[in-house]
Design a protein around this ligand. Structure first.
Ligand SMILES: Cc1cc2nc3c(=O)[nH]c(=O)nc-3n(C[C@H](O)[C@H](O)[C@H](O)COP(=O)(O)OP(=O)(O)OC[C@H]3O[C@@H](n4cnc5c(N)ncnc54)[C@H](O)[C@@H]3O)c2cc1C
Ligand SMILES: *[C@@H]1O[C@H](CO)[C@@H](O)[C@H](O)[C@H]1NC(C)=O
Length: 499
């Protein structure tokens, strides 16, 4: 056991805004807190490398209406988000009015979020339409990899504009708990309330426990990568599933320990196709096989046979796969995965060439010839090719992409096919701590916990049943900025000297 060193930050208490987590939510909060006049921000991250899961984001960030969209009058973002939230709009835990307020804060501030990032020099010129959106409003740059580009720009800007002493990134520091005091509350009928006054964290290199005082913004991300912890607790059916997220425990318990209300915790987004890397098949963290591979014509096989319309919803495909027994494996960690083949013919492969170059290069997919396939797969492909010619698929697929195998009536045993193994993976957790439109963390009963804000995937109460693609980077920027601004204001309220 490490000794507890109760060491104040070198400054006086309450001159520092503490941000926990250096993903997009934490960085946005740090920047806005400093812009709003905070004397100093300490950004703590347990990892040595900043950026969290945010750095992996690949599709982009939503915004409407923006100068980059073709339509200049996109006013459907709110409605699309409400539709996607589904039945949980009528939940009795999060009232409809509360959820609508969070959603409209998100959508109303989305134009500003895109302008904020553009002003930092992030290229967001390419706008695409993702599933569930009624128009194209997901922004990324020409170079792709929007998550990494945004994180890089924000980190550079923080270092340039503020620098050490004002902006300090403390890497390898894991927050272990929130520090509280029971503060008298101005409303006489509520005698006392818990106030958050700082954090205790552990330094990786020295093993020391350190405490630091100041308003706290929690931005530690979701729990999709916590396969045997929070995920197993709230969704036992998903325990042990691999994830697109880095394996890492969820920090939600640190917030519920001070009274925060956790909502929508059983709402977890699954993606049906994460690659099983033949070089490391038991890895918990998987690379996503882009939906586009199926859209351009790819099909899914189980033991050589098709089993689903490959363009059905993510949820439907995942459920069908997971309704069968998982692949037995010897991994002691209890990894649970399935063995599904994703197969593209030469036509589909040509249409997805840019993506395939990456996947084949990484060894996640391999090129082979029709003649080298097993007999079951061969007959499945022949049958499917006939179905494509007739436009009649027994499994109900209606769009066949660029599939061309067997379409000219001739059969070529030398035809190229590209194959990879895929399995369902957890991708995003909709649930988390309940916040209000000012990013204040709410306790059961609806009171805000003084001294504590949260932003990003750790929060809940917004997305409901399903998060729209591109809206998580957006919530990081929108609620991160709000939290940063509010925490800086609180600093002034308690420490007039800081003004
Ligand atoms: C492969 C992939 C692709 C995605 N693509 C998109 C996309 O295109 N568009 C989109 O909108 N969303 C996308 N998402 C979702 C989105 O990236 C995440 O929801 C979002 O980045 C979460 O950001 P965050 O700041 O809340 O958390 P994170 O970015 O995960 O950061 C949390 C940080 O907190 C740190 N931390 C955790 N616990 C502690 C502790 N106790 N003490 C100190 N530090 C701690 C972690 O080390 C981490 O660095 C994608 C996700 C993945 C995995
Ligand atoms: C968002 O904008 C709409 C339309 O102007 C407004 O009615 C709504 O109150 C706004 N939401 C918030 C949270 O400010």
């Amino acid at each position: 056991m490490a000794a507890i060193v109760l060491q104040r930050a070198p400054e006086e208490p309450s001159t520092v805004v503490i941000v926990v987590g250096s993903g997009l939510a934490g960085l946005s909060a740090a920047y806005e807190a400093l812009k709003s006049g905070a004397t100093r921000v300490c950004l703590l991250d347990s990892d040595l490398k900043p950026g969290g899961n945010s750095i992996k984001a690949s599709s982009g960030i939503n915004g409407a209406p923006t100068q980059f969209q073709k339509t200049q009058d996109d006013d459907k973002f709110f409605d699309d988000t409400v539709r996607s939230a589904g039945k949980r709009m009528e939940s009795t835990v999060v009232r409809r009015a509360q959820r609508e307020e969070l959603i409209s804060t998100l959508t109303n501030s989305s134009k500003g979020a895109i302008e904020f990032l553009s002003a930092l020099g992030v290229d967001l010129n390419v706008v695409t339409q993702l599933g569930g959106h009624s128009v194209a409003r997901t922004h990324r740059g020409h170079g792709g990899a929007p998550g990494a580009a945004i994180i890089r720009a924000l980190l550079n800007k923080l270092k340039e504009d503020f620098g050490p002493g004002k902006f300090d990134l403390l890497s390898g520091c894991t927050v272990t708990k929130l520090l509280t005091s029971v503060a008298p509350w101005p409303v006489p009928t509520i005698a006392q309330r818990t106030r958050v006054i700082g954090v205790e964290y552990k330094e990786a290199d020295s093993g020391r426990l350190v405490s630091m005082e100041g308003p706290v913004i929690f931005a530690t991300g979701g729990f999709a990568g916590d396969a045997h912890g929070l995920l197993a607790q709230y969704r036992p059916d998903l325990a042990g599933l691999p994830s697109t997220n880095s394996p890492r425990p969820g920090m939600h318990g640190q917030l519920s320990d001070v009274g925060a209300q956790l909502v929508d915790m059983d709402s977890v987004q699954i993606h049906p196709t994460g690659f099983v890397d033949p070089a490391n098949p038991l890895a918990m963290c998987k690379i996503l096989a882009a939906e586009l591979l199926r859209g351009e014509g790819g099909i899914l096989l189980r033991e050589g046979q098709r089993f689903v319309d490959e363009l059905a919803t993510r949820e439907k495909i995942s459920n069908i796969i997971m309704s069968s027994d998982p692949t037995p494996n010897s991994d002691v960690s209890g990894l649970k995965q399935w063995n599904v083949q994703l197969v593209l013919d030469a036509g589909a492969a040509a249409a997805a060439a840019k993506h395939l170059e990456f996947y084949v290069g990484r060894g996640l997919m391999r090129k082979t010839k029709f003649r080298d396939l097993d007999p079951t797969t061969k007959s499945t492909l022949k049958e499917y090719s006939k179905a494509v010619i007739q436009g009649q698929d027994p499994l109900g697929r209606t769009y066949f992409g660029h599939w061309e195998l067997g379409q000219d009536g001739e059969w070529d045993d030398e035809a190229e096919v590209v194959i990879g193994s895929v399995t369902p993976v957890t991708h995003f957790t909709m649930g988390g701590v309940m916040i209000d439109k000012s990013a204040r963390v709410l306790a059961k009963g609806g009171n805000a916990i003084p001294g504590l804000w949260a932003a990003g995937e750790i929060t809940g109460g917004l997305h409901g049943d399903n998060r729209l693609g591109g809206s998580s980077l957006l919530e990081c920027v929108v609620f991160g900025r709000i939290a940063g601004h509010e925490a800086a204001k609180a600093l002034f309220a308690h420490s007039p000297k800081a003004l």
